[in-house]
Design a protein around this ligand. Sequence first.
Ligand code: RUQ
Ligand code: CUA
Length: 638
Amino acid sequence: MKPTIILNAIALAAALGLTSCGKQTGTSQAERTANALASYVAPGEKDEYYLFYSGGHSGQVYVAGIPSLRHISTIPVFAPYPATSYGFDEESRKMLGDFTWGDVHHPALSQTNSKYDGRWLFVNDNANNRIARIDLRDFKTHQILGPIPNSIGNHGSSFITENSEYILCATRFSVPLPKGRVADPKDYEKEFNGMVSGIKVDPKTGEMKVGWQILTPPFDWDLGSTGKGPSSGWAFWTSYNTEMAHDTLEVNSTQKDRDLCAIVNWRAAEKAVADGKAQTMDGVPIIDPAKVPGVLYFVPIGKSPHGMDVDPTGKWVVAGGKLQPATTVLNFEKVQVAINNKTFEGDFRGIPILKYEAVVEGEVPVGLGPLHTQYDGKGNAYTSMFIDSCIVKWKLPPWTDEEKKDLTKVVLDKVPAHFSTGHLVVAGSDTAQPYGKWCVAMNKLSAGRHINVGPAQPESSQLIDISGDKMKMVAEAYTEPEPHFAQILKVSEIQPAEVYPKDENKDPNAVWEKAQSGVTRNGNQVEAKLMAIRSRYNPDRIDAQVGDELTVHVTNVEQTRDMIHGFGLIEHNINMVMDPGETKTFRIKLTKPGVFPFYCTNFCSALHQEMQGYLVVWEPGKGPATGAAGTSSAGGSK
Ligand code: RUQ
Ligand code: CUA
């Protein structure tokens, strides 16, 4: 079938809500009851797993519980979120910089020895070439790195190595490098390049910095994953557009039967940089893999492949060919033999291409539109089928001779999904020891599955019980757009903080008692240090003048769970929310006279409504010269 025909089939299947995976489960009353019980979390009970799912171009990460699929938290990452004042207070505004959105695709939990260690969650921003780190102690974003130099379209990321040494990233787009250089897209093949980046993670703090980069031909790198076990130290990416087309990619990048996937020895890259074999571009050591053998290899995979997922043993690497009705299973042990024996079928710009037949274990006929593959740790693989709209369960090698002759025999089960599944996630799939049990299908189109809310059709995700031989679809829930990949973590594996302990608050402007709080003036700089406690601010009056620069620090001195206070300033677009023990700051230039109430935005007590104060902005030269009338101010007040 021609690619365009397949793509039309995708559109048609989606429009009609067609599935070719057979009958939907859960249609009898008995099945419905059993399914409802399986995902039911009664009032007062709690979910067993966290589901961290990326929110695509909403720029956020969402947290749901499993098995209830209830959305319980939003972690703002690349976009402002007034509910937690993310993007409003000074610190988070600084982190966001000039951008107010991002395109989050692939969250990665930190790992130690190929197991989740419950410390951090990293996510990529495809749009602005960034990586963010969320700390699982408080479920907040603590660092945004980027835009990464020499990297455009940070989509093939964020893939974490087995001991969280690196976040590995590959570019979706190619441009003339370094950034800012201009060349005609007609000269794409000659002038444009892609990049693989190794983002170094500090093992103690999680702080990221750009480590090194590997220059690549201008293919569009797609999804990837990192190795473990026998493939420890390696990473893999699919690509599309090996054709190196620069226009009408729908047609021009789907000409070849196979695209070249990347097999990267990241430890060799690290060593090459240490050995001085890199050149610097835009401040980053860059390896030219044609000049540094052993860092990069190619392998041809059919056809416009998308996902490339390493199994829990680290031996099998599975690629899903969007336009081919099969997944391709690479045997990493054979990859190593082929590399050692130089079993190549040529090279591309000096990068060896491994001989396909030498490294492939088989092509499993899973159906139409395979995208991503996940694993349960019991020898089974689960592949999302975009065109067929289903999840396919199949058996990983080793296969019997009989199975090898007819690989339809290793396809074990299919369950319809609604509709056009993109990513799927099996609990713990990317570790050496998956939890198995649950799979979530993250569907790209819901085509009328929800009550009608107008043209913006809500997305949905579906929970599949994979504990038995047959998969069972048990629940479905709205998912914030646009769902991409997700990670599942057992709740019992982390213990997030419930308050910020007072002695950990290192903010020099924190105030913990009345005597420390107050308002001071220095020239036209007015600084207020406020304490928030049920149900008042101290001080609750700030006097200033038009033309002043006002800085306000608010410390929530509560040490009690769930005692959150807010600070909303009328008609100034100022909004802060302080968790117990937290200090936040805003700065503003005062431009209009008036009396502006500020008030607590987060319901905290029966007298929450009474938690308020005034910012009095006097005409220049008028009003009290400094300070908050009637409160003890720290220094300077008259
Ligand atoms: S990609 S639907 Cu952005 Cu994760 Cu595969
Ligand atoms: Cu403090 Cu409401």
